[in-house]
Ligand binder design. Sequence first.
Ligand code: URA
Length: 242
Amino acid sequence: MRLDKFLVACGVGSRTEVKKILKAGQVSVNQVVEKSAKRHINEEQDEVAYQGQVLTYEKFVYYLLNKPKGVISATEDSKHRTVLDLLDETARQKEVFPVGRLDIDTHGLLLLTNNGALAHEMLSPKKHVEKLYQAEVAGIMTQEDVSCFAQGIELKDFTCQPADLDILATDEKEQTSRVQIRIAEGKFHQVKRMVAACGKQVTDLQRLSMGPLVLDTALALGAYRRLNARELELLAIFGVEL
Ligand code: URA
């Protein structure tokens, strides 16, 4: 791997910053100062240091994003900004991608990683990874709807697995409801379609959790952070290299 790419991947700085850092003689490879960005290194064997601190190469990175509305859960799009536009250069350099999709107008928890095996496990229909959503609904959701969710709502093209509908609040005057919905599938527009099948409409949708990962309320919309050690431990249940 090129030295400048390695330094960006280790979070030393952007590509431009890294060039300056190299020129300033702040980087060494195997204890010898190296100024060339083009130098190739073996990230598993060579000892690269920045300002005397040895850098460790991370193969996989994990970001917890509080996705705002208006951005697409994809790595590129011709019309809209994508979730990658919200992340730093290190993340993009590491080629992270979103684990699953949220609609453009859905906000909340989104995991981004470059760990394909983990993404595969978390998205596999066989794994039944639970997702918890909170929705604002136009219309009054009822105990009858709770039963329909529990039985498995029939949509045009498939029957949903039994799901939990928890009615948090209803406002008779405004004719609105606030609900939480837990599903273990991830079909296109699933939550909105389930609510629509009950004759009501989702007006706002937020994802609160996915498997063992929970939305960090300290993250503003559009903000993100690396997963912490505890969260990484929780991902061990998926049985892949992390
Ligand atoms: N269900 C939906 O309808 N939309 C989402 O973004 C996620 C789940």
